[in-house]
Design a protein around this ligand. Structure first.
Ligand SMILES: [Fe+2]
Length: 534
């Protein structure tokens, strides 16, 4: 068995079955897991019920994350933890057996941060795999695997990256996260709707064929409930596995806060939410606490700096965008509609002026073969209905046409070698050619967009629907659409990008569906546009 195969069985098997692992060498000894909360002696139960994670890899380091929560669903959001600092030791090793520990330390997670930990490592080697684990109160965490980015001027041969979005816990089991983990990606991008804000039951969010499990707590408007919701999601073993196999780079969309929120404006301005900024702050705070983000993303007032770049040598630059926090309000009252002149106004922006400048400057300076925009909402034009007039979504880039035009023109004027837009949000797979003028199919193709379907949102779904058939007929630049659950894997190399659209044919209501490749596309270096191969 090759080293990589034995590693796979160790990681996938170990994380699937148990939180505490048996450790060689006695470096850390696993304590006896107790059943939540504290035992009569005051000793905490296993505090590692939320798993481990890593994120935002740089050439010299990565962020390690965990959060202590012996009773993850506690109503106060504090996971059954006492109101005091609990020291946590951590180790980083170059081997999965922790015989070669390269760094270690102790953190002091505080109740004010829901006992979350963010260890921002420095001094690691570029382009290397590492293993990490935590210990607290005699308990040892699961082992996570992570990876540093390649050296900035290096030219790695390839990168296997997977991306995902829209994981509504009630709508299905997280089998797609498990299948994604089993592919052993080097990097995972999550493009938003990592949690959903709704309460369970009436007034909540029910999938077309019903929900398979329930959210704990009410709709998330308070810090306690946002923390509780994140904790509930993180208890899922499939999600824990996906975090433990590779570093993640995350951005939010709307449901981490409130459906279709825009900057300081809630979903439905006609239904006043006088507490919306407090709600936004609480959601941001809980998001930071529960994600492997760098200190640069510690919330400041009502803001959280989320847009940032991740560099993979000279192969790929990931420009991670935040299209929620700075956007103009949706035009013409939101929703899909025809004939809205407001959506065309040049002063409207989905990124805000500052982020737009940052993106265009970054594209200008990039020396990468592939420039990836990791972002939330549908970028290409998408006319929903046959014939005229066009019916488009006010929440995607169609509702901010001037914003989109400035980016598309930026691809051309800054000579971006291979622009690739990655998207989530719509609970369907799509593969799109990006056109200089979407209304003129003969205009130049200037880049591509890959849209991932949901992990679970909307339930099992269908291969084709009347809606997707109509959209394929009406939008020749949309080359593929599918409404099942799944994720997308991408393999970047110097010569080409290959994208495999994965779906779960047995759905998400029951466990165990395989993931199959429903369609594959290749983009050749220097030749914008999708070539279907499967
Ligand atoms: Fe979603």
């Amino acid at each position: 068995m090759s080293p990589s195969l034995s590693r796979r069985s160790f990681l996938v098997g170990g994380l699937a079955t148990t939180a505490a692992v048996t450790l060689p060498g006695g470096l850390l000894s696993a304590g006896t897991a107790l059943a939540g909360g504290a035992d009569p002696s005051g000793r905490l139960g296993d505090p590692f019920t939320l798993g481990v994670a890593s994120g935002d890899p740089a050439p010299d380091g990565v962020v390690l994350w965990t959060r202590l929560a012996p009773s993850p669903l506690a109503d106060d959001g504090l996971g059954g933890m006492p109101q005091r600092v609990i020291p946590v030791q951590w180790q980083v090793a170059s081997d999965e057996g922790f015989r070669r520990v390269v760094q270690h330390g102790t953190e002091q997670p505080r109740p004010e941060s829901a006992h979350s930990l963010h260890v921002e490592l420095r001094g690691l080697q570029p382009g290397r795999e590492y293993f990490y684990r935590f210990r607290a109160q005699g308990h040892v965490s699961p082992v996570g695997r992570t990876r540093t980015a390649p050296a900035p001027d290096s030219r790695p041969d390839a990168l296997l990256m997977a991306f995902a979005s829209c994981s509504q816990y009630e709508h299905g089991l997280f089998t797609a996260y498990r299948r994604m983990a089993e592919e052993q990606p080097e990097l995972v991008l999550h493009l938003g709707d990592y949690i959903y804000e709704h309460k369970a039951g009436p007034g909540g969010f029910t999938a077309p064929i019903g929900n398979v499990r329930n959210h704990a707590g009410p709709e998330t408007e308070t810090l306690a409930n946002c923390r509780q919701r994140h904790a509930q999601y993180k208890t899922d073993p499939d999600l824990q596995l996906a975090h433990a196999v590779a570093p993640w780079v995350v951005v939010w969309d709307d449901h981490e806060v409130d459906n279709n929120w825009a900057d300081e404006i809630p979903e439905k301005p006609e239904i006043p939410q006088p507490n919306f900024l407090a709600r936004r702050s609480a959601a941001f705070q809980a998001y930071y606490e529960n994600m492997p983000l760098r200190r640069a993303s510690v919330p400041q007032g009502i803001d959280l700096q989320l847009y940032r770049r991740i560099q993979w040598g000279r192969l790929t630059t990931f420009h991670m965008l935040d299209t929620r926090q700075y956007r103009s309000d949706q035009a013409c009252g939101d929703r899909a509609q025809a004939g809205c002149a407001e959506r065309l106004l040049p002063e409207r922006s989905i990124t805000g002026a500052e982020q737009e400048r940052w993106l265009l400057d970054g594209l200008d300076r990039s020396k990468s073969t592939w420039d990836v925009l990791g972002q939330q909402v549908f970028f290409a034009q998408r006319d929903f209905d046959p014939g005229d007039p066009q019916v488009v979504s006010m929440d995607g880039w169609d509702g901010y046409k001037a914003s989109r035009d400035r980016i598309l023109q930026g691809f051309e004027s800054r000579d971006v070698r291979n622009p690739v837009v990655l998207t989530g949000d719509v609970h369907r797979h799509y593969a799109n050619d990006l056109k200089a003028d979407f209304d003129d199919p003969s205009s130049a193709t200037v880049g591509v967009e890959l849209v991932t379907t949901s992990i679970t949102s909307n339930g099992d779904g269908f291969d084709t629907t009347v809606a997707t058939d109509n959209q394929l007929a009406e939008n020749p630049h949309i080359r593929f659409a599918n409404s099942q659950r799944g994720y997308v894997t991408t393999r970047f190399s110097k010569k080409q990008l290959q994208a495999d659209f994965k779906v779960l044919p047995q759905g998400v209501r029951t466990a165990g569906s395989p993931a199959v490749t429903r369609a594959s596309f290749v983009v050749e270096d220097g030749r914008p546009g999708l070539n279907r191969t499967t």
